[in-house]
Write a protein that binds this ligand. Structure first.
Ligand SMILES: N[C@@H](CCC(=O)N[C@@H](CS)C(=O)NCC(=O)O)C(=O)O
Length: 285
């Protein structure tokens, strides 16, 4: 280890009891809190469609909007949805209406008004499985194929927090660069990309020959990492070297439903591509 690597950047001795410092300067320090629950009363808007989505076009949000657009392209008109943007930078995830749908105060959150009583669903993985089962699409029913598909969906749910909450946070959002966490999470993210790369070297899609919710879930994080500008880390992580992941992600991103799904609840980027609220196909015009 070099002398530079050896030197701790900022020595910290944890106190006996951790104390919340809301002023610590990271991108989310003013928003996140160590307690759950609503901070203010705020009802959520509701549209006329069977499904109500409260979300934002981050990778976790894109998973659901891409799936809904794919279901609509497959002819499932019951998948028509109203999508409302939740501005997490302004703390809208802590409004009382949102917390009623997701006690964890994170996007995406779904309300299904087509059931006898409204059904709430939170956690992007749970929403994907719920929708795939509701419409009998994009999730194989044969037990072995279904197990393989769910394995990759749950792999994504367990792995991506290392990419987003770990690598992305310390590389892009922390108030200053710290070598130890960046090294730690870069190593893990590169290992994860290698897992996907080796798998996609042998298969067209993650679970085999069929496009499934496992592809959508993983594309939203790892696909967007290798072909878009997630965390501006393309060079740092040498993403182009994961050639099979790049091939698969490029193939998925060319799908019309993926193109539309990425635009929903996105209040950034070129204005003409933003679909901040979505109520029907006409909103993409
Ligand atoms: N495991 C959750 C994670 C959701 C999540 O982390 N959402 C982020 C945006 S990508 C969020 O709402 N953050 C707001 C906050 O942390 O206050 C899922 O997959 O739905």
């Amino acid at each position: 280890m070099s002398e530079e690597q050896d030197k701790p950047q900022d020595e910290y001795t944890p106190p006996a009891v951790w104390v919340w410092d809301s002023e610590n300067g990271g991108r989310f320090s003013a928003i996140n809190r160590p307690i759950a629950g609503a901070t203010h009363a705020q009802e959520l808007p509701r549209g006329d469609n069977p499904l109500q989505l409260y979300s934002l076009a981050t990778p976790n949000g894109v998973k659901v909007t891409v799936l809904l657009e794919e279901l609509l392209d497959l002819g499932h008109s019951g998948a028509e949805y109203d999508a409302y943007t939740i501005n997490i930078g302004k703390g809208e995830q802590f409004g009382s209406g949102f917390v009623e749908i997701n006690p964890n105060s994170k996007i995406p959150a779904l309300l299904d008004l087509s059931t006898a009583h409204p059904t709430r669903v939170f956690e992007s993985g749970a929403i994907m499985v719920y929708l795939a089962e509701k419409f009998g699409a994009l999730l194989p029913t044969e037990p072995s194929a279904r197990a393989e598909c769910l394995s990759w969906v749950f792999w994504q749910m367990g792995s991506a927090p290392y990419l987003g909450g770990g690598f992305g946070h310390f590389y892009a959002y922390a108030p200053y660069k710290m070598r130890y966490p960046i090294d730690r999470f870069s190593m893990e993210v590169k290992r994860q990309l290698d897992v996907l790369n080796r798998t996609l070297a042998e298969r067209e899609y993650l679970c085999g020959d069929e496009y499934t919710i496992a592809d959508i879930a993983n594309y939203a994080w790892y696909g967007q990492l290798v072909i878009n500008t997630l965390y501006s880390a393309q060079e740092f992580l040498e993403v182009a070297s994961y050639t099979h992941v790049v091939r698969w992600a490029t193939q998925l991103q060319a799908r019309e439903a993926v193109e539309r799904g990425r635009r929903v609840n996105r209040p950034w980027g070129p204005e003409e591509t933003q679909v901040v609220e979505r109520h029907s196909a006409a909103d993409f015009k």
